[in-house]
Design a protein around this ligand. Structure first.
Ligand code: ZN
Length: 189
């Protein structure tokens, strides 16, 4: 089932999400993947569909060009993730977010991330990620902390996009997927 994606300005996006207990989330995970693919996204965090729990799904395959070596396991479920360590020289890349339609900005992040999480079988995994996969995971992890990519922009940059952000929060934006704007679902035109 395709769920509406919570739009920028909703307080759920600013909340720190709660740990997930033993509840079965397989149906929710399936819905989140369907919602993410429908919106051509590479990651989706539970707060973005209005659930303030520590869960996100990722499929970073689309971030790799066909002529690039593609790592395995680009499609993964992360439950109760903990970032153990981030390392390396920060690199900039233009990020977007399904909760902030029609806005892309360069965000600087460290290239290597060591992360511990439960997978879809609730098995504890520790892994070191790099490249695009690391970036997607860092972006989604931020959602669980109530942090958006625009919060990582320099103050001057954020000032420059203020009017556009205001428009996006009003739902005055082109969007190809169902969006929840101030509690109301807006279908794509
Ligand atoms: Zn996002």
């Amino acid at each position: 089932m395709i769920l509406p994606i919570v739009n920028y300005g909703d307080p759920v996006l600013k909340q720190k999400a709660a740990p997930l207990n033993g509840e079965d989330v397989s149906a929710l995970v399936a819905d989140m993947y369907e919602t993410m693919y429908n919106a051509c996204g590479v990651g989706l965090a539970a707060p973005q569909i209005g659930r303030s729990i520590r869960l996100f799904v990722v499929d970073a395959a689309a971030m790799y060009r066909d002529d690039e070596p593609k790592p395995d396991n680009l499609k993964r479920v992360f439950i109760n993730p903990v970032i153990v360590e981030e390392s390396g020289e920060p690199w900039g890349f233009e990020e977007g977010c399904l909760s902030i339609p029609d806005l892309r900005q360069t965000v600087w992040r460290k290239p290597v991330v060591k992360i511990r999480y439960e997978n879809e079988n609730r098995r504890l995994v520790e892994d070191v990620l790099d490249g695009m996969m690391a970036r997607v995971v860092q972006h989604e992890f931020d959602h669980l902390e109530g942090v958006l990519f625009i919060d990582r922009l320099p103050a001057l940059k954020k000032q420059l996009i203020k009017t556009k952000l205001f428009r996006i929060a009003r739902g005055d934006v082109e969007c190809s997927y169902p969006l929840r704007v101030k509690g109301r679902v807006v279908m794509p035109r």
